[in-house]
Structure formats: C-alpha cells, structure tokens
Design a protein around this ligand. Sequence first.
Ligand code: SF4
Ligand code: SF4
Length: 350
Amino acid sequence: MGSVKDYFSSLTTGFISLVKGMTVTGKEFVTKKVTEEYPDNRNDAIVAERFRAVLTLKYDDSKHHKCIACGICQRNCPNGSIEIVKKVVATPDGKKRQKLDRYIYNLGSCTFCRLCVTTCPQDALEFSNDFEQAVFSREKLFKQLNYLPEPEEDILPNAEAQAKQKPAEDTAAAAAPKADAPAKAEPAAASSEVVTEVEQSMASLAKLQKADVAALPAPAAAKLKEKAEALQKKIDRLVESASAQDAAAIVARFPQLASKVKAAPEPKVEEANVAVTNVAEEVWKEMAKLQKLQKADINALPAPAAAKLKEKLDASNARVKELMANASPDELKAIVAQFPQLGSSEDNKN
Ligand code: SF4
Ligand code: SF4
C-alpha cells in the first residue's frame, strides 16, 4: 500500500515539476527576445551609457574643446597612453599663449582606468561608449583626439595679433604709395589679406587631411569630410576672385592652386578702353580689401578682434574716399568701371 502511495506521490511531484518548468519555458516564449543580432542591429544597438570604449575630447556645439594642454592627464596616465603636443600662439593683445596642437591617445595600451578623465581640471575628456574599435593594425589604435580644425574665430585673433606686431610697416605701406606712386605696383603688402586667408585655409585643410578618417567614428568622419569640402570651396572661391598680384603670390606659395586662377582679373577695364592708372589700381585693391573685411561676421568675433576689424574698415573706407577725391576724371572712369557703386562719388565730383 505504501508503495502505491509513494508511486502516486512521486507522480504528482513530477507533474508539478513539469508544470513549473513549462511555466518558465512558456513565459520566456512570449517574452521579448534579448539576443543581440550584431552586426545587423549596429544602428540601434543599446550600449550602456557608462561603458568605456574609447577616450574622446568633448566638443561643444561651436566645435570648441576645453583642453588647455596642461598635460595633467598625460602625467596621470599609468600606461603612458596619452601624449600632449603643445604649440605657442600669439594672442590679440600681443602676448604668447600655450595651446593644444595634437592630443594623441593610444587605445592599444589604455586600461580604461579613467584617471585621465577624473583628473582633468577642465572637464575636457570623457569616455565614449562607441564599442566598435576593432582595427587590423596597431598603428590605427593611435588616435588624434582633437580631430576638428580650430574654429576660424580662434585663428583670426592670431592673424590680428601678428598684424599688430608690425604696425609701423602697415602705416608705411599705406603712406608710401601716395608719395611714390610709380613704384607702388610691385610690393604685395597692400593685397595680402586674400593671400593670408588662403594660407590659413590651406593650413586648416592640411590639418584635416592628416586625420585618419578610417579610424574615426562614422559621424566624426562625415563631419570631417563636410568641413574639408567647405574649406576647399572657400579656397577655390578666394583664388578665383583674387587679383593678378594676389593670384601670383598664392601660386608661388601653393603651386597646386595654379589651375584655379582665373586669367586676367581686370578685363572689364580693358573692355571699357579706360586707362589703368596707379590711383585706380590702388582704389581697386583697397575696395577688394574692404569687401573682404565686410564679409566677416563682426557680431561673432571676440570684442578685441571686432574692434580691430572696425578700425580696419574705417581706415579702408577713408583711404578709398581720399583716393577718389584726388583722382582725375579718367581715373574715376577706370574706378567706376570696376566698382559701379562708387559712381556716385564721380557724379559728385563732376
Ligand atoms: S585633457 Fe584636461 S588634463 Fe589633459 S591636457 Fe587637456 S586640460 Fe589638461
Ligand atoms: S583611462 Fe587610464 S590608461 Fe586609459 S588613457 Fe586614461 S589614464 Fe591612461
């Protein structure tokens, strides 16, 4: 009797156990699947926010990072995975300042201890959770974290500061043409604004081209490509609209831009059969310089750079007025043929 009782008891226990097991199976059968179908789901894969995949520099919306090249992260890294390359730049007030040139990070030796992020006084670093970092060579594990070019407002004050360092030369260049008009056509000083801008853009482009696009995350690579294209267009535009003198200076510096130079930028005047004089030529240059300055967004510049720009605009305007006031009727015709907006001055004089 006892064995029959045991038989039914174990049968019941087995059935209950089976029901329990089937309940778990049934529950999992209707539960949403969690299997990651990588790489099919790489666009919407969920990776934990705090996952430490790769060190990055934080960039804000205006493409600035906060790194001041103090080197604290480099000194604190236990594995020597960080190398800070510094450079010295001139500030608008003529002083020198240390700046970050290249932030080199070796993902291959990083142990993701996060000491660099914790000790950075500027809160300039963070770990990205972009987990797809596999590459085929160790060299590609070296990454330049400041991969975006410096914003132009950061570059402009340097150019302004350099200009400030030689005010005597500028003053002499502005005064000399009037006293010694025939010799004025040779030096390129009066038309160096375009050349300087091309030089700066070419330097930014070279920096961009140095970046290893293949090693960057897709959004950063796309941004980089977009920026490079915009810079190339800007350079093409500048070269195409440059005066003959500027174009010659640009091609001497960057021979690869020779094909972009338009032939004879002053055909309008020849067509008009108007004599090209030194005064007219000087007004053209001054107007080209003025138009270039007017393109700058003065509201977006830092106060010292904006003040400097305004000063230059006023000086340029005054110089044009002065030249127009002293020009002969033939010279005025040549000037107006090139810049019709100055026609009212000619009318006034006549
Ligand atoms: S990332 Fe931070 S700690 Fe490292 S150099 Fe830049 S400011 Fe200094
Ligand atoms: S996480 Fe640690 S090992 Fe990696 S770079 Fe930063 S300090 Fe160096």
